[in-house]
Design a protein around this ligand. Structure first.
Ligand code: ATR
Length: 563
């Protein structure tokens, strides 16, 4: 059964509610309304969470004043009961009374849970709807299930909006939510999203699938659940007001991925080049879940980060020569026929910043490390005709890489007698302010020193290089260049590198501030180093966020004297 039309729908719809509603909480009415006052400059859609107050009715006089003073702001009154995930301990009758009075105080919308609504008479709901538009809501704090069945129960009751909020435990749950929205938003005004870190994509893309609006956190510091996005991020990073069915979706996928810099930098590039696209972070706990999501959403381009850079190759329809040589893929593009093509842009990330400074033909370049990042550097540089030397703490991987790339192998003692055009740190040594350096100052004899580590921006290695008179190339350049190459592969456009670099530096600064305040354990920066990922996953991330120590379960390999 479909709900009867209501005058408030007719009044609200032409206004077109903003796409982002910000929930306002507070310990007392004054604090709640003060917060709302502070928010109205940037947010014209607020939800008063009356259930956070011990005596919600006492807030209504202030809320009335607020509504009168800000007629351009749409406000929702919510007084969710404890049993349904809120904080209100009163009866359903009292809840109804509070919402009715909130409507009289000028809140244009009121939110009532399905569980409360079924305990009221139809006439009571209809009466409430004469005062404000009614959002009938349902929250599932465990999973994303039975959406159609829930909606069927909901639309048996009269309401103006039907809100279903579930919890994503997999990426696929977002697909379920979005398909549900796509299928049903023609017949009903729906609000749908998935909570949880895995549900972040539904907050951004839900409106594209048909959700009337979505919810956001007030600020970075007030995020109350993983996966919450701030209103500011939704609007400026994800440009949610412009997301429409034609918007192409791009994403960074990995585990963990929550604090990746990639959304900030890629969305900045998409905005700068006015590409109708949005770039989100996908926390993929399994590759299968990720691949399902890529096909179903559908996702046009992917940045692949740890731990899937190697494993994804088997699932791609084709790869470029870098990917096959390096054995790792960091970029996927989904062609029109649905086929997935893999690329590796880390090599471009190393080669391009150097090419801007020197000719690589015959340049004498020392690469420190023999892992994934080093492989990308070695193959990329060899391809450009450089004379490449490899030095790694453990001889085995270095020998293997030197043999396959036809590079030269060094021992640490050899450094005394050698000088280079460039030395590149492709190890994870120096990440996260550890004050460690892969080489001592007296071992650095080069014109240029390039550190792939970019957090901190000036590593101990770069400081030592400066002291030795070398020109330094900070790691953020590699990050930006590999991302720029991804952007080019996906869009066919030249990447706006300086806008990307500015966004990357801003995001690094924000992340550093949050890490300092203890809000996040560390910056997880996507495509380059996997040691920090391992450290965070193993829980060593807090103490030593970038995990310079070897992961515990990996046996120590024999050392050749290189740290
Ligand atoms: P990535 O994908 O970031 O390159 P990786 O493939 O695990 O990650 O490679 C990490 C590189 O950093 C390796 O060359 C590693 O040396 P080992 O082969 O000896 O493990 C190097 N590395 C990590 N920690 C190091 C340390 N404390 N001292 C010297 N080298 C280190």
């Amino acid at each position: 059964m479909t709900a009867a039309p209501n005058q408030f729908v007719a009044r609200l719809r032409p206004l077109r509610l903003p796409r982002v509603c910000v929930a306002v909480t507070g310990t007392d009415p004054a604090e709640m309304v003060e917060k709302a006052d502070a928010l109205v400059r940037d947010n014209t859609f607020l939800e008063f969470r009356l259930d956070y107050l011990s005596r919600p009715l006492l807030a209504l006089a202030r809320i009335k004043q607020f509504n009168e003073y800000h007629p351009h702001v749409s406000t929702i009154a919510t007084c969710r009961r404890v049993a349904n995930g809120g904080r209100f301990r009163g009866s359903v009758a009292t809840q109804l009374d509070i919402l009715t009075k909130a409507a009289a105080a000028g809140c244009q919308l009121v939110d009532l849970e399905l569980q409360s609504a079924v305990r009221l008479k139809r006439a009571q709901l209809e009466r409430l709807r004469t005062k404000a538009a009614l959002i009938l809501s349902y929250h599932d704090f465990r999973g994303t299930k039975k959406l159609e069945e829930t909606l069927e129960k909901m639309v048996a009751l009269p309401a103006d909006f039907y809100k279903i909020v579930t919890t994503a435990t997999t990426l696929h749950d977002n697909v379920v939510m979005m398909k549900f929205l796509e299928k049903n938003s023609d017949q009903h005004s729906l609000i749908g999203l998935c909570m949880g870190e895995q549900g972040i994509i539904s907050r951004v893309l839900g409106v594209r699938a048909g959700s009337a609006f979505t919810f956001a956190a007030v600020s970075e510091d007030e995020k109350t659940a993983p996966g919450q996005v701030t209103a500011q991020e939704l609007r400026s990073t994800y440009r949610i007001e412009q997301v429409d069915p034609a918007t192409r979706v791009y994403a960074v996928a990995g585990d963990p991925v929550a604090h990746s810099l990639s959304p900030a930098i890629m969305n900045a590039a998409l905005r700068r080049e006015t590409v109708n696209g949005v770039y989100v972070a996908l926390h993929a706990k399994t590759l299968k879940d990720l691949l399902g999501c890529v096909h179903d959403i559908p996702i046009h381009g992917l940045s692949i980060t740890m731990p899937y850079k190697e494993a994804i190759i088997a699932h791609l329809d084709n790869t470029d020569s870098h990917t096959s040589k390096i054995g790792a893929c960091n970029t996927v593009v989904r062609a029109q026929d649905g086929k997935l093509y893999g690329f590796n842009t880390d090599a471009a990330g190393v080669v391009r910043p150097l090419q801007q400074r020197i000719s690589l033909e015959q340049a004498k370049i020392l690469v420190l490390g023999a892992g994934g990042a080093a492989r990308a550097a070695v193959y990329g540089l060899k391809e450009r005709g450089a004379e490449v030397y490899i030095l790694n703490r453990t001889p085995g991987p270095a020998q293997k890489l030197a043999r396959s790339a036809r590079a030269r192998l060094l021992k640490r003692a050899d450094l005394k007698k050698l000088s280079f055009d460039v030395i590149i740190n492709a190890t994870s040594v120096g990440m996260g302010n550890t004050r460690e350096s892969p080489l001592n100052e007296n071992e650095i004899k080069a014109r240029y020193v390039f550190d792939m580590v970019y957090d901190p921006q000036e590593t101990r290695f770069l400081k030592a290089a400066k002291a030795r008179g070398a020109q330094i190339i900070p790691g953020i350049e590699m990050f930006v260049h590999q991302a720029a190459r991804q952007f080019e592969i996906w869009t066919g456009e030249t990447a706006p590198r300086s806008a990307m670099e500015t966004a990357a530096l801003d995001a690094l600064e924000t992340a550093a501030r949050l890490a300092l305040s203890g809000k996040i354990a560390a910056v997880v920066t996507g495509p380059i180093h996997k040691h920090r990922m391992q450290a965070i996953r193993q829980g060593t991330g807090k103490r030593n966020p970038f995990g310079i120590a070897r992961p515990r379960e990996i046996p120590q390999r024999q050392s050749n004297g290189f740290r």
